[in-house]
Design a protein around this ligand. Structure first.
Ligand SMILES: Nc1ncnc2c1ncn2[C@@H]1O[C@H](COP(=O)(O)OP(=O)(O)OP(=O)(O)O)[C@@H](O)[C@H]1O
Ligand SMILES: [Mg+2]
Length: 281
């Protein structure tokens, strides 16, 4: 029994180590990776320069494309320019940003949108220099409705008045419509695709869905690109390259808990179970 417990602990540690490595900011990451983030930052700032809005929504066609990792790291490198940045974890189905920044998730977006708490009670201030984070909050039964509510409009307006940039991490468009609900309220949507995972069809369908809204598509970031594979992959426009960044491997892309969390149909039991599991994260 003790042996089994040890094994589980090691697996968790290994996962945490991989997640921490995937998070930039420090000297742990290679020069190429940090340059890739800076290049994406530059392109994003150009894209935003023609918009009055300051909010960017991150989404993808399918799960595990690298949205949360990208949005967290981009928030960090944008804050490094001296801009005041807030990262909002709006994936209230499978939240992860609290783990990336080692924060408590409980007070966060769902609490603000449901009127249970005030914005200032849910902002984690200065998690890095110039960077604040709003975690996802307790997992709600109705994320799409909360995101489509007037409180979300008010929240975006308030955050845009306080911050230079508002980055919003959202679930995949191919699974739920949350990102399409929020993107029209923002400057636009940054789509994340993953090499050897995202298919052309998935990406094309997702671009079609975005085109059907009033939200501009700001660009596509291709993640997990091996250096030697970079050439000849320009079909969707190279918006960012990740260099040798594939070594962290992929985690259970379509695994049990994952899909449960993104299930369209709401089930109180499933939600309770998912909530229980993720409260311990
Ligand atoms: N550029 C990358 N190269 C290699 N691995 C990556 C890269 N970006 C993220 N990963 C890894 O892929 C996994 C999924 O990343 P992440 O959680 O950022 O994806 P996501 O799109 O937010 O997923 P979800 O759809 O579950 O929200 C993580 O284990 C992460 O460490
Ligand atoms: Mg995510």
């Amino acid at each position: 029994m003790a042996k089994k417990a040890n094994k589980v602990e090691m697996t968790t540690e290994a996962k945490q180590a991989a997640a921490e490595k995937a998070m930039t900011p420090s000297k742990r990451i290679s020069f190429q990776v940090s340059e890739a983030y800076k290049m994406i930052r530059t392109n994003l700032l150009f894209a935003l320069s023609t918009s009055d809005k300051r909010t960017v929504v991150f989404s993808s066609a399918e799960p595990s494309a690298g949205k949360s990792t990208l949005s967290a790291n981009l928030a960090i490198v944008m804050a490094q320019t001296g801009a005041h940045v807030v990262l909002v974890d709006a994936d209230m189905r499978k939240p992860t940003q609290h783990r990336n920044f080692k924060l408590s998730r409980t007070m966060g977006l769902s609490k603000i949108l449901s009127g249970q708490n005030k914005l200032d009670e849910c902002i984690c201030k200065e998690v890095k220099t110039n960077l604040d984070v709003i975690p996802a909050g307790t997992i709600p039964p109705n994320p799409s409705e909360l995101l489509g509510s007037h409180r979300m409009d008010e929240l975006i307006a308030e955050l845009e008045s306080r911050y230079d940039y508002v980055l919003v991490d959202m679930p995949p468009i191919g699974i739920v419509t949350d990102a399409l609900v929020v993107a029209p309220k923002a400057a636009g949507l940054l789509l994340v695709a993953r090499q050897k995972q995202t298919t052309y069809d998935e990406l094309a369908d997702t671009v079609d869905s975005i085109s059907a809204t009033s939200a501009p598509l700001l660009g596509v970031v291709l993640t997990d690109v091996q250096q030697e594979q970079m050439l000849g992959y320009g079909r969707y426009g190279k918006y960012g390259r990740y260099g040798k960044y594939g070594r962290y491997g992929k985690y259970g892309r379509y695994g049990g808990r994952y899909y449960r969390a993104y299930d369209y149909a709401y089930s109180a039991d499933k939600e309770k179970q998912a909530e229980k599991e993720s409260e311990n994260d």
